[in-house]
Design a protein around this ligand. Structure first.
Ligand SMILES: *[C@@H]1O[C@H](CO)[C@@H](O)[C@H](O)[C@H]1NC(C)=O
Ligand SMILES: *[C@@H]1O[C@H](CO)[C@@H](O)[C@H](O)[C@H]1NC(C)=O
Ligand SMILES: *[C@@H]1O[C@H](CO)[C@@H](O)[C@H](O)[C@H]1NC(C)=O
Ligand SMILES: *[C@@H]1O[C@H](CO)[C@@H](O)[C@H](O)[C@H]1NC(C)=O
Ligand SMILES: *[C@@H]1O[C@H](CO)[C@@H](O)[C@H](O)[C@H]1NC(C)=O
Length: 485
C-alpha cells in the first residue's frame, strides 16, 4: 500500500472510531466513496488530499471496528514475555513477584529448560512458565553466533504460538525488570494497537546505543510490540534470525527484524534500562515528568535505599507505587523564600533540600551519584546532562528517603521522608546561612483521588515553621504561567 493511501485511511478511521459501532462505517463509506470520487474528478490535479481519499479501500469485514477492538486498553490486553533462565530465576523471581499481579497480569516467564524439583510447585506469585522452543532445530542454527540471545528473541514467536486471546500488546522484558503496570496501560493507550507499533527506551549510556542502535528498545528496560506487529514479525522471524545470525544481542536482532518490516522505535522517557553502576539515587531523584514505566539491573547497582538491601528496597518502593503510580518519582520543585531553600520532591522515593534558590532548569538535571556503564571510557557518558557532586554548601542537597506512605483522615496521600545521613557541610553563607541541618523529616501531601495528568507538571508549596525539625510540602496544580525558579 502506498504511503498516501495510509494517510487517507488514518483520517477516515480516526473519524469513525468515535462512533459507538464501527460497523456503521461500512454503510456510510459506500455513498461516501461515490462523493469522494466526484470530488476527486474535479480536484485531482490540484489537491493531493483528494487523491488520498479516492484510494480509500472498502473496509473488509475484519476492519469493522467493534467494541472489543476500540475499547480503552487495559491490563488484560497486555501479555508479558519475561525472559528468564533456570540459573537466574532462583534469586530473580523476587524481582518479578514485586510487580506481578497473580490472575490479573497476563503472560509467562520463558525458561531455557524444564524447572527442577526445587522450583516446584510453581508459586502463584510468579508468572506461569513456558519452555522456549529448541532453537537447535532452526535451519540457521549452525551459523548462529549467540544461541542464548537467539533463544531470547525467539520468545516473541514462542509467546505468539501459545495463542492467548484478546492481547493487544506483547511486552518483552527480563527477569530483573520492575514494571509499573498502571502507568504502562496509560502510556500504551496513546498508541493505536491495531497498527505496527514498537515502543521502548534507549540505554542511558551513549556508547551502548552507539554500539547497537539508537533506534533499539533495550529489552532489560522492556519494550512493547503491538499484536499485528508481533504477527508480522512471527511470520518471518526464522528468516530474520538467519539474516542476522552474526548479531550477538537479542534486542539488536529484534530491532533489525523490525526495521526490515518498516518499523522504528517510539521512545518513552519512563522506560529505564539502568546501564549505570553504584548509586542511582541522583537519577531517580530527577525523573522527567513522564510516567515511570520500568527499572532494571538491580544486581549491578546499589540498593535503591541506603538502609535496605536490594529486595527490601524494591518492596519499599512498591509500597508507594501501590498507592499512586502516576506520581511515582515525578520531580516537583518549590521554594521556602524566608530561608532561601529549594525543595525537590521525587514522589515516593526521595526529597532534597538545597540551602539556596535553584531554578528547575538546573534541578531537573540528575546529580551524578552513579558511575558509567563502561568503566574505562571517556565522557560524555550519558544520554542526558548531569550535575557533578561538589562540596559546595549551596549546591549540595540535604537528602531524605521515603519512610512511609499513608492516607490522611481528609483523604490525602501523605508520604514521609527521613534524613539518611547528616550532610556534614557548613550552611550556605551566600543566601543567609539558614542551615537545614535541624530538619529530620519531610511530609509530602498529594491528592488521593486524582492521578497526576500525563506529562503535565505539578507545582507545590512549602509549609515550614522556622526552628522546627519537620517541613511539609503540598502538591498542587501549577498556576497559569507559574515560573519555577
Ligand atoms: C469483534 O472483533 C473481534 C476481534 O477482532 C472478533 O473476534 C469478534 O468476533 C468481533 N465481534 C463482533 C460482534 O463482530
Ligand atoms: C478490559 O477491556 C475489555 C474489553 O476489551 C473488557 O471486557 C474488560 O472487562 C476490561 N477489563 C478491565 C479490568 O477493565
Ligand atoms: C488465581 O486463580 C486460581 C484459579 O482460578 C486460584 O486457585 C488462585 O488462588 C488464584 N490466585 C490468587 C493469588 O488469587
Ligand atoms: C568532599 O569532601 C570530602 C571530605 O573532605 C572528600 O572526601 C570528598 O571527596 C569531597 N567530595 C567532592 C565531590 O569534592
Ligand atoms: C536570600 O539570598 C539572597 C542572595 O541570594 C540574599 O540577598 C537575601 O538576603 C537572602 N534572604 C534571607 C532571608 O536570608
Amino acid at each position: 500500500m502506498s504511503s498516501t493511501s495510509i494517510v487517507g485511511m488514518n483520517i477516515v478511521q480516526k473519524k469513525f472510531q468515535q462512533l459507538p459501532t464501527g460497523c456503521l462505517f461500512k454503510f456510510i463509506a459506500i455513498p461516501g466513496l461515490i462523493l469522494f470520487s466526484f470530488y476527486a474528478l474535479f480536484f485531482i490535479h490540484t489537491d493531493n488530499q483528494s487523491l488520498d481519499l479516492i484510494s480509500l479501500p472498502f473496509p473488509k469485514s475484519s476492519d469493522c471496528r467493534n467494541s472489543s477492538t476500540n475499547s480503552p486498553t487495559n491490563l488484560s490486553h497486555i501479555g508479558f514475555i519475561v525472559i528468564g533462565s533456570l540459573n537466574s530465576w532462583k534469586h530473580r523471581k523476587a524481582y518479578t513477584a514485586s510487580w506481578w499481579r497473580p490472575n490479573v497480569t497476563r503472560g509467562y516467564v520463558f525458561l531455557d529448560k524444564e524447572p527442577t524439583q526445587e522450583f516446584l510447585p510453581w508459586p502463584s506469585t510468579s508468572p506461569p512458565y513456558q519452555i522456549n522452543y529448541d532453537i537447535t532445530k532452526l535451519r540457521a542454527y549452525p551459523k548462529i553466533v549467540s544461541p542464548v540471545q537467539v533463544r531470547m528473541v525467539h520468545s516473541i514467536l514462542d509467546m505468539y504460538r501459545v495463542g492467548d486471546k484478546g492481547l493487544r500488546w506483547f511486552i518483552m522484558c527480563d527477569d530483573d525488570t520492575l514494571f509499573f503496570v498502571d502507568n504502562l496501560v496509560e502510556v500504551l493507550q496513546k498508541y493505536d494497537h491495531t497498527k505496527y507499533i514498537y515502543v521502548g527506551g534507549n540505554s542511558e549510556s551513549i556508547k551502548s546505543n552507539a554500539r547497537f542502535s539508537f533506534d533499539m528498545g533495550f529489552g532489560g528496560a522492556g519494550y512493547a510490540l503491538s499484536y499485528p506487529l508481533v504477527e508480522a514479525l512471527s511470520k518471518n522471524l526464522d528468516d530474520c534470525i538467519e539474516r542476522y545470525h552474526y548479531l550477538y544481542v537479542s534486542d539488536h536482532m529484534a530491532q533489525s527484524c523490525l526495521a526490515d518490516i518498516g518499523v522504528s522505535l517510539n521512545l518513552e522517557k519512563g522506560i529505564h534500562q539502568i546501564d549505570l553502576h553504584s548509586d542511582i539515587s541522583g537519577l531517580l531523584s530527577s525523573h522527567p515528568q513522564s510516567p515511570l514505566l520500568s527499572l532494571h539491573h538491580f544486581d549491578v547497582i546499589d540498593p535503591l535505599f541506603p538502609s535496605k538491601d536490594r529486595y527490601e528496597s524494591i518492596k519499599h518502593l512498591m509500597k508507594a507505587a501501590k498507592v499512586d503510580q502516576s506520581r511515582m518519582l515525578q520531580q516537583t520543585i518549590c521554594y521556602q523564600r524566608e530561608t532561601n531553600w529549594s525543595f525537590s520532591v521525587s514522589w515516593g522515593y526521595s526529597t532534597h533540600i538545597y540551602e539556596s534558590i535553584i531554578p528547575r532548569s538546573i534541578l531537573r538535571k540528575p546529580l551524578e551519584t552513579f558511575r558509567p556503564w563502561a568503566r574505562r571510557s571517556r565522557p560524555p557518558h550519558f544520554m542526558f546532562n548531569t550535575r557533578w557532586l561538589t562540596n559546595n554548601s549551596c549546591e549540595t542537597p540535604h537528602v531524605f528517603f521515603l519512610k512511609s506512605v499513608e492516607y490522611t483522615p481528609d483523604n490525602q496521600v501523605l508520604t514521609t521522608y527521613v534524613r539518611s545521613s547528616p550532610r556534614n557541610l557548613p550552611p550556605c553563607s551566600a543566601t543567609g546561612s539558614h542551615s537545614a541541618d535541624p530538619i529530620s523529616r519531610i511530609q509530602v501531601f498529594s491528592p488521593s483521588s486524582t492521578r497526576k495528568r500525563y506529562e503535565v507538571i505539578e507545582c507545590c508549596d512549602v509549609e515550614y515553621e522556622v526552628e522546627t525539625n519537620a517541613a511539609g510540602v503540598k502538591m498542587r496544580s501549577c498556576m497559569k504561567d507559574e515560573v519555577i525558579a
